[in-house]
Write a protein that binds this ligand. Structure first.
Ligand SMILES: [Zn+2]
Length: 409
């Protein structure tokens, strides 16, 4: 069993770095706060007896050797960057639980066939450059040099920020892991939802990750005087948008698994006494099944076209991104479920609605995830919380899962 107090103590120590007056955490990539966080985690990795280094995209890695150093590595980890004013657990739990798992193995003299590495990925959240998962893209060979031109609010590009952090953006290719060199990637993460809590479970096994589809709806009508234009003579794009949003809600709810969210809207000209002339709004649509998600998308598109046609409003739907859902590896799910059962937990599986680093690694290796219960499902918020016991339960499941995957001798 892992050391529950040590894991908690480290989580609380890391929580001081990037602490805001509001109580939240802001740790953006390639900043002094991120550097301080990495240095602290590095000190934990050294305490755990690991060999520690940073790769060319700034991923921090600690390695425990296997009996066969040339065997493919079992990778565990997560990220230690945060969103603006985020919480203490999203990311750090997976990294620190990984360190704890390896430290426990070292203390107990556990030898495995495969080497095991714990990794703290660079910039998972994408809060600084609106371009996330930089570290996992980097090891998967999915990061092009041209992508490093994304800029933050101050106009600093990823490449410039990397240079300021002592990294050479022209060297990112050296971080790429060769195909066949990684046996599995397993990430422990907080659920960021209420499913485990609603079932009174401390830990769950992830079946797959929902792929987000992002659309932008642009509706063009006719702006006009709110007082002098009768209702019958209006082509109001906002009224049409409202109707489309209800269709989105209805169609998403129908499947039982799809989630559809309109989170951004712009109305112009935006006067209290002006009928809007143009409306733009976003749609985030997700499901763990690509087929189901795409059927819902089709239904929404058809209804939006009909609504706009009937109202004489112009419609253009722009595709912002279409990410395929990622199923978790059957082998890793089986190992994690066996670990749950061995520890006396119900081997419960659930999908992940949020995206995680493992989505970038699917072409590199089998991927899997373990979720820890989130209090009230709150995340990306200072109130984010998972109890000491839930962190320990899920870390113990990670421990047993990794022992199986790395083949304990
Ligand atoms: Zn996260």
């Amino acid at each position: 069993m892992i050391n529950q107090e040590r894991l908690w103590d480290r989580l609380m120590k890391l929580a001081h770095i990037g602490k805001q007056e509001s109580g939240g955490i802001t740790r953006l990539s390639f900043t002094a706060e991120e550097r301080a966080a990495k240095d602290l985690v590095k000190s934990f990795m050294l305490e755990a007896g690991l060999t520690v280094w940073e790769d060319a995209v700034g991923n921090l890695i600690g390695r425990k050797e296997g009996r066969n150093p040339d065997a493919p590595v079992v990778l565990v980890g997560s990220h230690i960057d945060s969103v603006y004013n985020g919480g203490n657990f999203d990311g750090p739990l997976g990294v620190l639980a990984g360190v704890e798992v390896l430290q426990t193995m070292n203390e107990q003299g556990v030898v495995t066939e495969h080497p095991i590495e714990v990794i703290a990925f660079t910039d998972e959240e994408g809060a600084r450059f609106s371009y996330g998962m930089i570290g996992s893209r980097g090891i998967a060979g999915r990061l092009e040099r041209s992508e490093l031109e994304h800029k933050d609010k101050q106009g600093v590009s990823i490449a410039e920020a990397m240079r300021q952090a002592g990294l050479n953006p022209d060297e990112i290719g050296s971080a790429v892991r060769p195909r066949g060199s990684v046996k599995a990637y397993v990430e422990l993460h907080i659920e960021q939802g209420k499913v485990l809590e609603s079932r009174n479970l401390s830990v769950g096994v992830v079946s797959g990750l929902a792929g987000p589809l992002w659309l932008k709806f642009v509706l063009e009508g006719e702006a006009g005087h709110a007082g002098t234009t009768p209702m019958s003579l209006r082509q109001d794009p906002l009224a049409a948008a409202a109707q489309i949003m209800l269709a989105i809600e209805r169609e998403s709810a129908k499947t039982g698994t799809t989630v559809g969210t309109v989170g951004q809207i712009q109305v112009s000209p935006g006067g209290i006494n002006i009928i809007p002339g143009r409306v733009e709004f976003s749609l985030d649509l997700r499901d763990v099944s690509e087929a189901v998600r795409d059927e819902v998308e089709q239904a929404i598109r058809e209804q939006a076209e009909r609504i706009c046609r009937e109202r004489g409003v112009g419609l253009c739907i722009e595709l912002l991104q279409r990410i395929a859902p990622v199923p978790c590896s059957e082998e890793i799910q089986a190992a994690a479920k066996q670990a749950c059962a061995a520890l006396g937990f119900e081997p419960f599986t659930l999908p992940s609605g949020a995206g995680h680093d493992c989505m970038q690694l699917v072409d590199l290796c089998p991927v899997g995830m373990i979720f820890a219960r989130s209090k009230d499902g709150i995340s990306h918020n200072p109130a984010e919380f998972s109890s000491k016991e839930d962190c320990a339960d899920s870390a113990n499941v990670l421990y047993q899962t990794v022992l199986q995957l790395a083949v304990q001798l």
